[in-house]
Write a new protein. Structure first.
Ligand code: HEC
Ligand code: HEC
Ligand code: HEC
Ligand code: HEC
Ligand code: HEC
Ligand code: HEC
Ligand code: HEC
Length: 401
């Protein structure tokens, strides 16, 4: 195992040039589908309908791929797609970004304290009507440090983020040193680089990120949002319907006037496997985000990046486009509510006796597939585990404890 790989494993995100392979979303537009399949998302355009309803505050860049459609928010989808809307409400995608005036985030931090020891001291957490803030009483008395944004969800882990101006009035972000973890319901250090050498007051509170790095956090955890000064404007929190399907105003308008609206986005059958893997991989990472040697060695840390594993599985390579993320995942339903049996049935869907074109397992043909062929790995320092999507025979095939 390479040392570099190990040190990278405990970061949420990139912090310096040496590790910038960690995340590299393409960010060519604000909604994912448009990047991977413009023919799909631009369907309304082809329709010849150029009427554009732009709500106030819709910036050019957020809708430049599909000028006549604008964002309407996920609740506009509920009246006709009730089931997907209900599912998505429980998905990590929906909850992965919040402003810290949200009571669900406040209760994770408020009234608590965390001893980060020297050189940082003890953080105490407080909230008012503007949201959460921290103090380090022994260093800065009762001066508050505002932490207005929360990344991650209360079912996993939550890291707080602050935006500040530097001397030249450029914005930088502070990723707070302490995060809340669902596992144990406790505050622990944020997985991040730490040189233990704070130079400014802000450095005491967290790790500094400039420009692109900061924008990428926001890109992957929101549907839309532009950093302007110390705030995020045009913010739509979470990975919601319109992040994957594109702005929905035209679709809603057309669907209200016809039971068979023209094609709007993915979801009908002309959506191909590769485009889908690129959509999910834009955030869950693709081989382009990792170094060539990492790809060759496939260290355990790569299990965090499901598309990379899947792409090298024989199941994927030899099934002629039949296997994709949505073969096993409903993109709207959280995995937390999927019964274990359903995962096994997904495997048996191909690997069964009645299907002579697939091989059968000589060890077990009806159970335990995931434990043996897609084992979960807990990555050091993260206390979050990931299933190895490189589906294969592992050298020691004992089910994980
Ligand atoms: C007034 C009803 C209505 C509303 C509101 C609505 N849809 Fe639809 N939607 C439909 C109908 C009808 C279809 C076509 C169903 C079919 O062809 O099976 C559809 C189809 C879809 C499809 C399948 C792919 C396609 O291009 O047809 C997706 C994805 C979709 N809607 C997403 C959304 C999203 C996201 C929203 C909210 C922004 C939304 N819909 C709001 C009625 C609606
Ligand atoms: C390339 C897209 C991408 C970028 C950039 C990114 N994240 Fe994430 N983040 C993800 C994905 C995907 C997950 C879920 C899987 C995982 O943990 O890797 C995640 C998970 C998390 C979690 C844990 C969520 C949970 O509930 O378990 C936190 C906290 C988090 N990110 C914070 C950050 C912060 C802070 C930044 C920027 C400093 C950042 N992320 C940048 C894609 C990204
Ligand atoms: C993470 C990306 C993602 C998000 C977020 C997302 N979808 Fe989808 N959606 C997909 C993909 C991929 C498909 C096509 C594959 C499939 O049908 O499983 C799809 C299919 C659909 C379809 C057609 C098939 C069906 O399930 O009826 C509808 C309608 C739809 N989505 C509506 C929504 C609505 C409404 C929301 C928000 C409440 C939403 N989607 C959020 C990725 C997403
Ligand atoms: C815009 C970025 C983005 C895209 C696109 C995206 N994801 Fe995610 N995904 C995330 C983030 C961020 C999280 C962490 C959510 C949290 O905080 O719990 C996540 C979490 C998940 C989870 C675990 C959480 C849960 O509740 O089940 C699954 C499964 C998942 N994504 C599957 C998919 C699939 C499948 C696709 C493609 C259809 C996809 N994602 C597309 C960003 C993205
Ligand atoms: C879309 C069909 C499909 C699905 C679903 C599928 N596989 Fe496969 N899998 C294949 C194909 C094709 C191969 C190549 C050998 C063959 O033809 O059976 C393969 C090969 C394998 C191998 C041998 C890998 C190697 O490196 O030699 C294992 C183990 C395996 N699959 C396990 C699973 C498990 C476990 C699941 C469920 C998590 C699963 N598969 C789901 C199609 C599939
Ligand atoms: C052959 C089936 C299969 C395919 C294909 C598949 N997954 Fe998974 N995935 C699983 C199973 C099984 C789990 C573990 C579910 C559980 O914990 O109950 C999982 C878990 C996840 C998780 C939660 C974190 C983790 O790793 O445990 C994410 C995120 C995820 N998958 C994303 C993806 C993405 C993105 C794709 C497409 C590139 C994909 N998956 C394709 C079977 C699959
Ligand atoms: C206790 C661990 C264990 C369980 C449970 C298990 N497997 Fe396997 N599987 C193995 C081992 C070990 C091999 C390699 C056997 C060999 O090469 O002799 C294997 C081989 C395979 C192969 C490749 C066969 C070939 O001829 O190349 C497939 C496909 C497969 N398993 C699918 C599955 C599926 C699907 C399930 C669930 C229904 C499953 N396995 C359950 C351990 C397991």
């Amino acid at each position: 195992m390479r040392r570099l790989a190990l040190s990278i494993a405990i970061l949420w995100c990139v912090t310096s040039a040496t590790v910038n392979w960690w995340l590299e979303p393409r960010m060519t537009s604000n909604h994912a589908i448009a990047q991977v399949s413009s023919s799909v998302v631009l369907a309304g355009e082809k329709n010849g309908d150029s009427q554009s309803i732009q709500p106030p505050g819709t910036s050019e860049s957020s809708s430049n791929r599909s000028p006549q459609a604008s964002y309407v928010g996920r609740d506009a989808c509920r009246e006709c797609h009730t089931e997907n809307h209900t599912w998505h409400t429980d998905h990590g995608h929906h909850k992965t970004f919040a402003t810290t005036d949200d009571p669900n985030i406040i209760r994770l931090f408020e009234g608590r304290s965390y001893d980060s020891r020297e050189p940082y001291g003890t953080f105490t957490y407080h909230a008012d009507d503007k949201g959460l803030f921290a103090r380090i009483p022994e260093k800065f008395g009762d001066r508050p440090f505002r932490l207005p944004y929360a990344l991650g969800s209360p079912e996993g882990a939550v890291t707080l983020l602050s935006l500040l101006p530097d001397e030249k009035q450029n914005t930088f972000a502070i990723e707070h040193r302490v995060s809340w973890f669902h596992d144990g319901d406790e505050l622990r250090p944020t997985p991040q680089e730490d040189d233990r050498n704070p130079k400014t007051a802000a450095d005491f509170f967290g790790l500094r990120h400039d420009g692109r790095v900061m924008e990428k956090c926001v890109y992957c955890h929101t549907t839309r949002g532009t950093i302007e000064g110390e705030t995020i404007v045009d913010l739509i929190s979470g990975v919601n319907c319109e992040k994957c399907h594109g702005p929905g105003s035209e679709h809603v308008r057309l669907a209200r006037s016809s039971k068979t609206p023209p094609k709007y986005s993915i979801g009908r059958d002309d959506w191909d496997t590769e485009s889908e893997i690129q959509l999910c991989g834009d955030c869950h990472r693709l081989p382009v985000t990792v170094s060539r040697s990492q790809l060759r060695e496939y260290p355990d840390e790569l299990t965090r990046f499901q598309p990379i594993g899947l792409l090298r599985s024989r199941c994927f390579v030899e099934s002629e486009g039949e296997l994709r993320c949505t073969t096993c995942h409903n993109p709207h339903q959280t995995i937390k509510t999927v019964p274990a049996r359903e995962h096994i049935e997904n495997c048996i869907g191909c690997h069964q006796e009645s299907n002579p074109s697939h091989t059968l397992c000589p060890v077990n043909t009806s159970d335990g597939c995931i434990d043996c062929h897609m084992p979960a790995r807990e990555l050091p320092g993260l206390s979050v585990s990931f299933h190895d999507h490189w589906i294969r025979v592992h050298s020691s095939e004992s089910p994980s404890p």
